[in-house]
Design a protein around this ligand. Structure first.
Ligand SMILES: Nc1ncnc2c1ncn2[C@@H]1O[C@H](COP(=O)(O)OP(=O)(O)OP(=O)(O)O)[C@@H](O)[C@H]1O
Ligand SMILES: O=C(O)[C@H](O)CO
Length: 535
């Protein structure tokens, strides 16, 4: 069956390839290239230039934001924090011109150099810029540099009057770039708590519920500092369902802390008993649910989400269609454990394969897929739609797209990220499924972080296919061993010279992850059939 999967009619074996890759077909390699292109289109669509131009404009003396009009009777000041805000700030400065008085942005360590090297000069601020750029939060963890940036941002906001407008640029990664722990909590204590929660698989919703409660700037704290100035926030979402109060922990969204919920989260991850006294004191000082965070000035705050994973998936679908695939978007909100998510993709590929056979898909397979919905955050409605398209597509080329942010419970000491771990797990699922597939199917899976950085690695993600496992074994690499040690980056680096890794470098944006399942058409020309015949 393996040869049926990957050496389908019309394919040419790459016998001269290094690493003993004789069984790879040109069609398989084409599928990888197409996957990379579709992923590239997803990222391009959410680069700052496009989104900022669509939501911020100056018309005479009026500032138009997300369709609303503001009169900056005095001056515009700017602050920002997150992986995408450098480019957002560059565009804002170009739009605002002399209306901009000054600004401070807190951005990831090394991002300016990375963008320079990637020739993305349009995302950088010029030498005469009125905006100060501060880098920090190495490895996406709050550190001294980020704390100094947070102080500078607080100072700028605190000095504003009712004559001023504060433009706040917010994107994912903002929580780590704006640390202002409520005393007596220290930076080290906050770092350690964040690290432990993330390692135990806490969701971003859980993590940020705690961050809001333990910070002076999150949960609306920044907006309170800026009172009585008008605050306008432009937010690029990297959280499922785009909740402004959770993205970067909502510094401009007045939202009450919920100590009861915080205690429950700490209990859930077994951290309640080992908490430092400072954290206990701050949580106890918050009182009951809905207290502790004032609502001062909420009438003067406007929060606008200007971009999200959905936009990225739309652009990816369009590119997939141009390449001859029938695109189908499963969901922009896939979450849950990577194990469960990889199982879902394995089952969907199996379903697609069975849909091409005379008998059609088994009822039990359909039930198993629908049963996974709650575990991976995908409603029945979306799963049913996807299954319908897979059935109707039959032999056509198909690109299944989704987005979101699964979680990994770290058990090992290896190096990796959720995208690479997901890709490796999907490869294992595909390899297991190979023998039970009724029809030949060329398939590739790609998982990538739109920010270009998957966990603490220099890769955005990786590509998987049904041959990966056998290829790895031939090279003395056992996927299960690497998975046990959460060592997916080492695995993909060693496998075949690292050619399944996706290495875009920091992209300057961040709307969570994108997952693609590309399925070849049965005939060489079936891509054209899919593009022409279905929508
Ligand atoms: N060795 C590893 N293997 C698999 N996953 C890992 C590993 N190390 C860290 N991770 C996961 O990487 C995630 C952190 O990745 P990253 O720094 O890209 O965060 P992010 O969620 O993209 O950040 P943000 O939301 O702040 O932009 C955590 O979910 C963590 O569990
Ligand atoms: O910074 C954060 O809190 C996460 O990226 C979610 O927005």
């Amino acid at each position: 069956m393996a040869s049926g999967l990957c050496g389908a009619a019309g394919s040419v074996l790459l016998s001269s390839a290094p690493w003993g890759l004789g069984r790879r077909s040109r069609r398989m390699m084409t599928l990888w290239t197409q996957g990379r292109e579709v992923f590239g289109a997803a990222v391009s669509a959410v680069l700052p230039e496009n989104m900022m131009r669509g939501s911020l404009a100056l018309r005479g003396e009026r500032l138009l934001v997300d369709g609303r009009s503001f009169a900056p009777t005095g001056n515009v000041h700017l602050v920002g924090f997150g992986k995408a805000v450098l480019g957002m700030a560059a565009v804002a400065e170009r739009i605002l011109g002399d209306h901009l008085v000054r600004g401070v942005v807190s951005v990831p360590h090394g991002i300016q150099e990375a963008l320079r090297q990637a020739s993305k000069g349009e995302m950088l601020l010029g030498p005469d810029s009125r905006i100060t750029v501060l880098e920090g939060a190495r490895h996406n963890l709050p550190d001294r540099e980020a704390m100094e940036a947070a102080s500078a941002i607080r100072e700028l906001a605190s000095g504003l009057t009712e004559q001023d407008l504060l433009l706040v640029l917010i994107s994912g990664g903002g929580s780590a770039l704006l640390p202002a722990p409520t005393p007596p909590i220290t930076l080290e204590e906050k770092q350690s708590l964040t690290r432990q929660l993330a390692a135990r698989g806490a969701t971003i919703q859980e993590l940020n519920t705690l961050r809001k409660a333990l910070s002076q700037l999150k949960g609306g704290g920044l907006a309170r500092c800026a009172h009585p100035a008008q605050v306008v926030s432009l937010i690029l979402s990297d959280v499922i369902a785009d909740p402004p109060e959770l993205i970067a922990s909502g510094p401009t969204v007045p939202s009450p802390a919920d100590p009861g919920e915080c205690w429950a989260i700490l209990e859930r991850y077994g951290l309640r008993s080992s908490l430092p006294q400072s954290v206990r004191d701050v949580l106890s000082g918050l009182g009951g649910a809905g207290t502790g965070q004032g609502q001062a000035g909420s009438g003067l705050v406007h929060n606008a989400v200007i971009g999200s994973n959905t936009l990225a998936l739309e652009a990816a679908s369009a590119r997939a269609r141009e390449l001859g695939f029938l695109p189908v978007v499963l969901s922009p909100a896939v979450c849950g454990e990577v194990q469960a998510v990889s199982r879902l993709y394995g089952l969907l590929v199996r379903f697609a394969s069975q849909a091409r056979s005379e008998e059609g898909p088994e009822g039990s397979l359909r039930e198993a897929i629908l049963g996974m919905g709650p575990e991976v955050g995908v409603p029945d409605r979306d799963l049913l739609h996807t299954l319908k398209v897979l059935e109707e597509c039959r032999g056509g080329a198909l690109c299944l797209l989704s987005g979101g942010e699964p979680t990994v419970q770290l058990r090992g000491k290896g190096k990796g990220g959720r995208n690479q771990e997901l890709a490796l797990r999907v490869a294992v699922e595909l390899a297991q499924g190979v023998s039970s597939l009724p029809a030949p199917l060329g398939v590739a899976f790609l998982s990538g972080g739109t920010d270009g950085q998957d966990g603490p690695t220099d890769a955005a993600g990786a590509i998987a296919d049904p041959l990966l496992v056998s290829e790895a074994r031939e090279q003395g690499l056992d996927p299960a061993e690497f998975l046990d040690n959460n060592d997916s980056y080492t695995f993909f680096t060693r496998l075949s010279g690292g050619d399944r890794l996706i290495q875009t470098g920091l992209t300057g944006t961040n709307v969570m992850d994108v997952h693609l399942v590309l399925i070849q058409g049965e005939e060489a020309g079936s891509g054209a059939h899919a593009a022409a015949g279905r929508s």
